[in-house]
Design a protein around this ligand. Structure first.
Ligand SMILES: [Zn+2]
Ligand SMILES: [Zn+2]
Length: 431
């Protein structure tokens, strides 16, 4: 039977999943606080089938569910669950008005501004699809609902908490690991690429130590603002003057803090946060080394009272799509979605954001693949394309007006989880 026939015969009713998506959208939870989200997921899995072997509270609020269906490969598919401290301005009838206290003790608005609510919903619908389609496949499926993706810690904490350890959660080691992410491309588009699919990300918080005092007495001061400003400017030269022009690399100073609002008081310290992205390990290392060199040297050049305090805050690996897995899934996607720039795109542009799911694969030395699927209303994309305003007028992930169009985004997400898994598990699918 063709993959399309299996998917069409067993894809669950959209209406209940549309309701579920709106429920998740209305009830977002920040990283490491995904209590209700995890509970809703577990309850839904129990409703789908009593045969799911479910483990929860893995590495925080992570959930894993295993469904065994005879001998065969094991396919792990993952969705991330956390939302962001963003105030929703989409104007949707199901807009979030939730607030929560973040890790710094501050109350924040909370929004599913990265589409993880879509990921959860698609993975649950895939679970129902695979239960219904049981007679067409053999092997084991593992569903992983991962917490704290936005912090870059969730996948690692699930592994560290014994996701695969026989004596702990005992989830079978997968032969292949899949995940997907919504992107602001045209809804209906699904894309993969072999090799680097998403950049690495490394974040640092750097505190420069000067000597504060009266603004009128520079001879008594070591001005931390001038010190940090020099570092910010020199950091701009890392990408422009040190990285090969064909490499993808970004260094951004995302925040700069010093002093109060007083005009006549210079503070002791200035703090900057730095975001580094790279598409391979050697560029990543070069950026990390360069940032450390520059902040230390600028601090010394400014006669700082102490070397800068450097604290790593977040870290994501480079996401690399395994070549053989990409080829096999590519065949399945081509067969099911059909190739074309409004359907399956075989050489999808590399994603500039970062992901941590591949840790679920690299921790057990298994291959993985991340697929990207569009979620923007096609007429909006057409209009923006005509006007040449794709970057300005189409809100991206993390925007307060990021509002995925439910259809056909959801169907593409469900089918992508289904087709990628069935490319390994279907009884008689021949590549
Ligand atoms: Zn995100
Ligand atoms: Zn995300």
């Amino acid at each position: 039977m063709s993959l399309t026939k299996i998917l069409e015969a067993h894809r669950p009713q959209f209406s209940s999943y549309e309701q579920l998506y709106k429920h998740f959208h209305l009830n977002p939870e920040l990283s490491n606080q995904e209590v209700e989200t995890a509970a809703t997921i577990v309850a839904h899995l129990r409703k789908i089938s009593p045969d799911f072997d479910i483990r929860s509270e893995i590495g925080g609020h992570g959930v894993a569910a295993v469904l065994r269906n005879g001998p065969g490969p094991t396919v792990l598919s993952r969705a991330d669950m956390d939302a962001l401290p963003v105030e929703e301005r989409t104007g949707l009838a199901y807009s979030s008005t939730k607030r929560a206290v973040d890790v710094h003790g501050r109350e924040q608005p909370v929004m599913h501004a990265c589409g993880h609510d879509m990921h959860i919903t698609c993975l649950l619908a895939y679970a129902e699809l695979m239960v219904s389609a049981r007679q067409h496949w053999r092997g084991t499926i593992v569903l992983v609902f991962q917490p704290a993706e936005e912090r870059g810690t969730g996948a690692q904490s699930m592994v560290d908490d014994g996701l695969y350890d026989a004596a702990r959660h005992n989830v079978p080691i997968p032969d292949v690991v899949f995940s997907g992410h919504v992107v602001p491309a045209r809804a209906g588009v699904i894309g993969i690429r072999p090799g680097t699919m998403a950049s690495s990300c490394d974040n640092l918080r750097v505190t420069f130590h000067g000597r504060g005092g009266h603004a009128s007495m520079p001879e008594r001061l070591v001005d931390p603002i001038v010190m940090a400003s020099s570092a910010v400017l020199r950091l701009q030269t890392l990408v422009s003057r040190e990285v090969h022009p064909s490499e993808h690399a970004v260094v951004t100073c995302a925040s700069f803090m010093s002093g109060t609002a007083a005009e006549n008081v210079v503070a002791d310290d200035a703090i900057i946060t730095i975001d580094m992205r790279a598409n391979n390990q050697s560029t990543r290392q070069k950026l990390n080394d360069g940032v450390l060199r520059i902040v230390q040297a600028e601090s010394a050049a400014s006669n700082a009272v102490a070397p800068p305090t450097i604290v790593p805050t977040r870290s994501f690996p480079v996401t690399v799509n395994d070549a053989a897995v990409t080829a096999r899934v590519g065949e399945a996607f081509r067969e099911h979605f059909g190739a074309g720039d409004q359907s399956y795109v075989a050489d999808f542009p590399r994603l500039s954001f970062s992901e941590d799911f591949c840790i679920l694969a690299t921790a057990v030395e298994r291959p993985s693949l991340l697929f990207a699927y569009g979620c923007t209303a096609p007429d909006k994309v057409d209009k923006a394309q005509r006007e040449g305003t794709l970057d300005e007028s189409i809100p991206g992930n993390h925007s307060s007006i990021f509002a995925p169009q439910i259809h056909p985004t959801m169907q593409v997400g469900i089918d992508a989880y289904g087709a990628s898994a069935l490319a390994w598990l279907a009884n008689d699918w021949v590549q």
